[in-house]
Structures are given as C-alpha cells and as structure tokens.
Design a protein around this ligand. Sequence first.
Ligand code: GLN
Length: 317
Amino acid sequence: EAATGPLPGDSRVDALIEAAYAHAATHHEGTVADYIPALATADPAQFGLSLVDVHGGTHEAGDAAALFSIQSISKAFVYALLCDAVGHEAALATVGVNNTGLAFNSVVAIELNGGHPRNPMVNAGALATTALIPAASPERRWLTIQHGLSRFAGRALELDDAVYASEMAANQRNAAIAQLLESYGRIRVDPAGVVDVYTRQCSLLVSAHDLAVMGATLADGGVNPVTGERVVSAEVARDTLAVMSASGMYENSGEWLFEIGLPGKSGVAGGIVCVAPGKGGIATFSPPLDAAGNSVRGQIATAYLSRALGLNLFASS
Ligand code: GLN
C-alpha cells in the first residue's frame, strides 16, 4: 500500500499501532498517582493509544476513547494560547524556557531562580502562564482557556467535577507556589483565583483520541486537521513544541528526548501527548506512573512508534 501522507500507508501504521500496544501492555510497573485523592481510583489496567496524522487520519488501539483528566498536559496548550496572546518575546521574558531539573511541583526551583517560574511545563510556570492569559476576571480567564483547549481538541471539553473538587481540597502546595510567585511580583492577579482556574484546566476530561488531535494540531502548524480551524499561528506551534522538548517530561525530559526524539507532555492522570512535526500527534493513556510522574506504558508505546515510524527529529534519515 502506498503512503498517502507523511507516514507509511494506513495498514502499515495500523499494524505498528497494534504492535506498540501489545509490547507496552506486557509492562506492569509504576503506580497510579494518589496525591490528588480522586486520581487514586483510576483503573491501572486501562490503556489506550491513538495516532492522528496531519490529514486527520486516525489509528487507534485499546481504550482510546476512555476519558481522564488532562492534568499537566493542559500546560502545553495553555502556553500556546499565551504565546498567541502576548507573543514570543513576552512569553520568553515572563515564563521562561529552561528546564529546572527538579520535580514538577518544586518550590526550590522558584527560590533558586529569584522567583522566576523558569518554564511553563512545571507548576510554577504553568500557574504564571494561566495568570498571564489576558482576561477581565478569573471566570473569563477560565472560559478563554476552556474554549481554547476545546478548539485544539475539535470538540467542547468538559470539567470532571469530582477531580476538580478533590484537587481543590488537596491543593495547598499549588496555593503556596502561586503565593510565592505573587511575593516575587511574577503574578499580578489574585493567586487564589489563579489556582482555581489552573485546577479547572487540569480537570478537563479528554481521551487519548482527543489528545492525539490536539497534538496533530501542533504538528500541523496550528491548524486542527479534523476541523480545519486555525487555532494558533505556525510560530506559536513551533515555540510550544520547543518548550515541550526541553521540559515536557519534567526532570526526565532529557531521557525522553534521547529515547524518543520528539516533543512530548505528560500528565499525572496517565496521559501523554507526543508530536511529530509535519506528521501527526501520538497520544497514550495508562495511569501507572514512574517516579517523575510520567506514564510507564505511554513512554514504552511512544518509543516503539517513534522508532518503527522513523520519527526521531535528530535522525538524518
Ligand atoms: N493538577 C496537577 C498538579 O498541579 C497536575 C500535575 C501533573 O500532571 N504533573 O499537581
């Protein structure tokens, strides 16, 4: 079968999706996140895999339609909305682009950098990003973010009320980070409102399929290949992918880049989105996580596909 786009023919991709899924499914390491009580009830056996190419072609296996909270994966897409709103220079100056080398919810990382949040893929930078989204009130900011992420997904994303309530009740650390940013003058709106909007954005329900469409939109220079809508500019998509490459997998971002060679972003509910620029988005959902908070099966399945499809950005052929 001839290739019809930037990837091999459909039957070849389908076979590789099945093989990646079967290979990763043999792994049972990792633990489900429990610091947000509602996440501890996730079924560790759930596993979904979805690839959406830049023409909207879809290849899936397992629980690709199962819904889970997007969590930290929202950080990449809200950052894209911020870059679109304020531009390259302002995003660089206010949120930064360098890896912290520390855990996603590190307070030390903020102190070590004079209060600078460092990058948008860790909680400090994500809280700053949310705070900087132009809006007249926290409620308007939330609606802007919900609408923007829905345009990336190509459908109206909804809140998981139970996950939101559970994280709000266990959110002392993010509240502390937001107040620390305020104390350094890095955010200039009410930190409690910022934490509320950030927690809502993390509680949006997505499937692996939704995440693959969102990733394919970044792969496609900011145009959603399913709806045809331009969500962000090509420059914003490029800048977002650069930041995901440097810091999307927290302190394991170097290992991820070494093994997979593509920008990716993980969330503690077990999702990962990975982007092959000009080719498509790959997303996985499997709740058991490694020590850095990245899905174990998701990393294994994505590494398999990156190699089998020749997607590593650093390979010369
Ligand atoms: N909502 C979570 C938090 O702020 C997201 C963390 C994550 O997915 N790594 O702690």
